[in-house]
Design a binder for this molecule. Sequence first.
Ligand code: HEC
Length: 123
Amino acid sequence: MSKRFVVYVAALAALWASGVVVADQREQVEKGTAHYLLFCGGCHGVEAEGQGKMAEDLSMNAPALTLLRQSGCAESVTERVLKAVDARHAVAVMGGEKMPAFSENLEIGTIIEISEYLKTIQQ
Ligand code: HEC
């Protein structure tokens, strides 16, 4: 587990403790769906099936996000999402400009809501 991920989890725990993150699962998923469509669906597809409208302009495929659980990776869906939206990881993995880094623009709670939504559509 990376240090950065531990920091995210600690931040999340703190948010939870302060009541900023609503524990209600269904509400999280509903919000996550809306955030997903707004921030991610353009590239990853409206139903996370991959290759959304904006993806045509990318030099590489925007993968389906419904397959995170089954792609043979030990990391959880949440961890994959956290890493993908993290600036440093995006630079390391994608050479800097393929997928925009959202970690400075999206609240941790929003990112968690998106991963709660993505968890519900894993195949
Ligand atoms: C501008 C297009 C674009 C947008 C917007 C975008 N992505 Fe991506 N994303 C990509 C591309 C391209 C890749 C593939 C990069 C790679 O695999 O190296 C990727 C990879 C990922 C991965 C990695 C999949 C894996 O195998 O681990 C995840 C998770 C992900 N994106 C989540 C998100 C989330 C969540 C959002 C919204 C907050 C988002 N993306 C917004 C283009 C985008």
